[in-house]
Design a protein around this ligand. Structure first.
Ligand SMILES: [Zn+2]
Length: 524
């Protein structure tokens, strides 16, 4: 008896659900609606102890606990002592015996019920216990974690409705070998490796590696010289997550759950790598290559892609474009940069400096905001991407990040629509009329993301961009100037006139320039 440890001590020794995020989520489950809290994990990962630990938390909230077990040696091999007022009952391993035992226990509505294992024999009894609104804690012998445990519960012939109505949470654990103290080394990782641990990073970071030594080699035989540490997965099932999980169970459709509802094994394991408790190789071999986490991994990639898109393009592309980008197979190419054929378009207010000097600042902002709002609407209408605002000048891209076959024509039509809109706005406004000049040029650029972890922007680089900017600076009020490549692509559909060859700043050779002819009235 002296050798036995109390649950509190066990908790201390195991540092149960040590990672803050997982613990907070586990506590949140216990503060919610009663139901089944299922604990899963590999053989020998200590899920029975974890189950009792979690039951212990509810006991501390004032629920007496009854422990039902069909194993007479149950307490012996646990090597722990339970609180005095926990009631332990042995139940024969038959369906009838379990149903009778549950019938008795559930008459006390304030009791929590801990079960040594969910099995085929007691599945009906456990469902009954859940349906009477009791807390039920049970380990399940399955290697599955998180949402996959829910599918696995169907093995016990629980329906999706029964599962979602009666399960409050899933806690899963996995033990990972601790980083070898003999040969651990912190060194710069590749970008690919950095992203395994810091998925949204664009910069390489230092990570912990095991360099390989006799101790590490021993691990092949299953010896963990420096012990193991637990990685957790916690899923909360509540009003918010139920509809999403129901979609998953019924239609196999996966939608993202927030980290406040679903803390994954990957996130948890990454935390261990960041803290230097687990090596990057271990993460790669045991977590990333674990087939059970593959769906999660894909899901996470999807979420990550969505948040990157949001971060980089959210403000400046249409919803339609954002969605197309999210499904874009080559998203990584965008991040890393690629050659693209695009049309680039600069638009700027003529005489802005003079105008702004003579106008009250609030009027300037009101006028400019109205102008930009209209302009952005038109750009989106033509599926252009606003690359950047530089003072009163705007850079727009057509043909990237999403390919457009007719990007030349879209850009030119967009420019004409903007010019007409501005003229119309001037007619309706009492303010000083705004006049804009537009320069358009097409050709091959390098498109991709530039910046750092702090801020990342999608942009295009190349001579095409510089020339478009030069053309814009040459454009008179209300004028649209085209470079030769754009002109060649649109000349059969847009009337233009040649301006001859103009010397553009920074260009050795004079460039052929064309002006778009359009009517200054809205009507056509
Ligand atoms: Zn080692």
């Amino acid at each position: 008896m002296d050798e036995k440890l109390s649950l509190a001590e066990i908790s201390e020794n195991l540092r149960l659900i040590e990672q803050t995020e997982a613990r907070i989520l586990a506590e949140k489950i216990l503060s919610g609606e009663p139901g089944l809290v299922a604990v899963t994990g590999q053989f020998g990962s200590g899920k029975t102890t974890t189950t009792l630990m979690i039951a212990h938390q509810v006991w501390r909230q004032g629920f007496p606990v009854t422990l039902l077990t069909q194993d007479r040696n149950f307490l012996n091999y646990l090597h722990l002592s339970l609180p005095q007022d926990w009631e332990i009952q042995y139940v024969d391993s038959s369906e009838q015996a379990w149903l009778e035992a549950i019938e008795v226990v559930t008459t006390d509505s304030s009791r929590a019920i801990a079960i040594d294992q969910l099995t085929y024999d007691n599945r009906k009894a456990i469902l009954k216990a859940m349906q009477t609104g009791h807390w039920v804690f049970a380990p399940i012998d399955t290697p599955f974690v998180g949402i996959d445990v829910l599918s696995h519960l169907k093995v016990w012939q629980y329906s999706s409705e029964e599962i979602l109505a009666n399960v409050s949470g899933i806690v899963s654990q996995m033990l990972l070998p601790k980083l070898c103290e003999n040969c651990a080394q912190l060194r710069p990782a590749s970008l690919e490796e950095t992203r395994l641990i810091y998925p949204d990073s664009y910069e390489i970071k230092e990570l912990w590696y095991e360099q390989g030594c006799p101790v590490c080699e021993n691990r092949v035989g299953g010896e963990y010289r420096y012990g193991r540490c637990a990685s957790y997965e916690v899923l909360q099932i509540d009003a918010e997550t139920k509809p999403l999980l129901s979609d998953y169970l019924e239609h196999n459709s996966l939608r993202a759950l927030s980290v406040h509802k679903h803390f994954t094994m990957q996130q948890s394991s990454r935390g261990l790598v960041k803290k230097g408790q687990v090596g990057i190789q271990t993460y790669r071999n045991e977590v990333l290559q674990n087939p059970l986490f593959r769906i999660q991994h894909l899901w996470e990639q999807e979420q990550l892609r969505a948040s990157r898109i949001q971060q980089m393009f959210g403000r400046f592309v249409t919803q339609h474009l954002a969605e197309e980008l999210m499904s874009h197979q080559g998203f990584e190419r965008i991040i890393e940069g690629e050659k693209r054929d695009v049309t680039c378009f600069f638009c700027d207010i003529r005489g802005f400096t003079t105008w702004s000097e003579q106008t009250a600042p609030t009027d300037i902002f009101t006028t400019l905001n109205q102008y930009f709002r209209e302009m952005i609407d038109i750009v989106f209408q033509y599926e252009g991407t606003i690359d950047k605002f530089i003072g009163d000048s705007v850079m727009v891209i057509f043909g990237a990040p999403v390919e457009q076959i007719d990007h030349h024509l879209k850009a030119v039509n967009c420019a004409i629509t903007i010019q007409k809109k501005v003229i119309e706005m001037n007619r309706l406004s009492e303010n000083e009329p705004i006049k804009i000049g537009i320069g358009i040029n097409s050709g091959e650029v390098v498109a991709g993301c530039l910046g750092s972890d702090r801020r990342m922007d999608y942009t295009i680089l190349g001579d095409v961009v510089n020339t478009a900017a030069r053309l814009e600076s040459k454009a008179q009020p209300n004028q649209i100037l085209l470079g030769e490549t754009t002109y060649d692509a649109v000349k059969s559909e847009v009337s233009c006139r040649s301006m001859g060859n103009l010397n553009l700043k920074g260009k050795a050779k004079a460039a052929a320039v064309f002006e778009v002819i359009y009517s200054l009235t809205e009507e056509d």
